[in-house]
Design a binder for this molecule. Sequence first.
Ligand SMILES: Cc1ncc(COP(=O)(O)O)c(C=O)c1O
Ligand SMILES: NCCCCNCC[C@H](N)C(=O)O
Length: 363
Amino acid sequence: MQTPYYLIDKSRLLPNLEKIAHLRETSGAKALLALKCFATWSVFDMMSEYMDGTTSSSLFEVKLGREKFPGETHAYSVAWADHEIDEVLASSDKIIFNTAAQLSRFEEVSRGHTRGLRVNPGVSTSSFDLADPARPFSRLGEHDPKDIEPVLEQVSGFMFHNNCENADFERFDAMLGSIEQRFGHLIRQMQWISLGGGIHFTGEGYPLDRLAERLKRFAGENEVQVYLEPGEATITKSTTLEVTVLDTLFNGKNLAIVDSSIEAHMLDLLIYRESAKMNESGDQPWMICGKSCLAGDIFGEFMFPKALNPGDRLSIQDAAGYTMVKKNWFNGVQMPSIAIRELDGSERLVRDFTYDDFSAALS
Ligand SMILES: Cc1ncc(COP(=O)(O)O)c(C=O)c1O
Ligand SMILES: NCCCCNCC[C@H](N)C(=O)O
């Protein structure tokens, strides 16, 4: 297969899905895939056997969830526009408003639909200001119970999303406790509560059964159906970005230029100033660089067993989350195809991109 391409390996996706299924069974919580993180619908049939549906950030994600992922479709957006609302309602099972003002604005048109409100508990686990939903002056949800009380009758659920790459169960537990303390009297008047995404419960060593017990207790004490919205936790470590070395040079360090670009194909790493991951080891350090003209288009520095040469194939690890959904045509760099490795080991191409796609993205 011609590089670059994202390779989704179902045998590496499966363990995450099995943990999700176990959590659902033991806690009673429902799990919705957060499409903002991963929306590659060719594997939705498999995923839907282990999950309850999807949640979204926009009209188009709502429509994709409804069209491609069997199960429940939750519609959330930071702000719905007047011209979107009819289609959002037609394509969703629940609509979640970000503010009481949006709920009031669309109260009449959404009457009869299952409605929820995003609540911002003011606590988060994000160490990144950029991704911290509880950052100062956050626009993500209503934070004051006094602003929620007047619209309580109009909703049957709340969505809290305040975890971010949180692999620490104790921290999750403590934050849920503070949510109950501050909003418990309102939560108990609801039928369902989504606790959002950002809980890294599929990671190695995560105390899954303690999480299940905590969620079950939360659901029982508050008499609510709990939802989770895992993005990263669902697809972590399932996918690689397969690339080929095109050129090498030395400028104080060994540099290898590959047929991909961190800016165009793994943008999240650049935004959060993180290195890509590779499974190589050895005693030769090489800097792996993208082929765009951006000086800092660098995947990272890694150790290899031998010198790299043009034609060498490399696998960049953990390339599913916030990658394919953010890929772009910067520099006109060839967009990676998407391939799937089936459980029997066979590989198939499910999408490739051509000059016509590049041209059609502009006018
Ligand atoms: C409301 C909501 N739900 C779920 C997620 C998914 O988070 P993660 O991919 O960290 O699990 C996000 C991330 O932006 C979100 O904003
Ligand atoms: N790996 C660097 C941090 C990534 C943060 N993920 C951002 C999405 C997240 N779900 C959010 O809440 O914004």
